[in-house]
Structure formats: C-alpha cells, structure tokens
Design a protein around this ligand. Structure first.
Ligand SMILES: [Zn+2]
Length: 132
C-alpha cells in the first residue's frame, strides 16, 4: 500500500508505505487521550449533551461548575451549545432543570477511537484495528 509521497535517498526514491510490518512486537504503555476541547467535542460526537443538537460550534460546560469546585476533568466536562451553556449558567444541571444525555467519561485509548477518524482515507488500516 502506498502512503502519500516518496522518500528520497541519495540515489533512489521509495514510495512512503501506509502500513509497515515490524519484525518484533514493540511494547509500550497505552497512552491516555489528552484532555482538550477538541477531544471532548469528538467524544460527544459534536452534540450538545443537554439539548441533543449536533453542531460544529460548541462550548465546553463544566457539569459541576468551577465555582462549586467542579474539576477540569473528563468526567466533569461536556459539549454544550451556547444557548444551553447560558441557560445552565453557574448551576448544576438539576438546579437549572436540565438533564445530561449521557454521563461524561474518559474515553479509552483504543486504536479504533484514536485512529477511527483516519479510516475514511485509509481503508487498508481497518483490518489491523481491533474493534473496527
Ligand atoms: Zn444545547
């Protein structure tokens, strides 16, 4: 399978491979998904966790507000549209009479989660990604 472009040595050019086979297993600790707004929106499938609307421009909401000691962590952050974020204000969801669609969680860093978004352009990877 060919990747994009070529690698040049002094005298030759090689297609960049899309898949390489290692001759022995390289064990390394599973990385955690870095906490960021981009990853929260991706985990929540770009869907407001209060009203269920799907959109590209979303805000981050601290489920338990920071002023009440809510941490900046995977299990206290959700995607929220700006209307829901304004409505909720600095309150807990129940205080604002709002319900979460799904309890927030830290995504497990499976290959399917980490590389799934690349598979549209890299179909040849699918056979190597467990759970795809
Ligand atoms: Zn909303």
């Amino acid at each position: 399978m060919n990747g994009r472009g070529t690698i040049h040595s002094a005298v030759a050019a090689f297609e960049i491979p899309s898949v390489i086979k290692l001759s022995h297993m390289v064990r390394r600790p599973r990385p955690r998904i870095a906490l960021s707004k981009r990853e929260i929106l991706r985990r929540d499938d770009y869907t407001c966790q209060y009203c269920g609307r799907k959109m590209r421009t979303l805000t981050l909401d601290h489920v338990v507000p920071r002023r009440l000691g809510g941490p900046h962590t995977w299990d206290n952050l959700v995607a929220a549209c700006s209307a829901c974020n304004r409505r909720k204000g600095g309150h807990r969801p129940a205080e604002a009479d709002m319900l979460l669609h799904r309890a927030p969680f830290e995504p497990s860093p499976t290959a399917a989660y980490r590389f799934g978004s690349h598979l549209e352009q890299r179909q040849e990877w699918a056979q190597y990604i467990e759970g795809w």
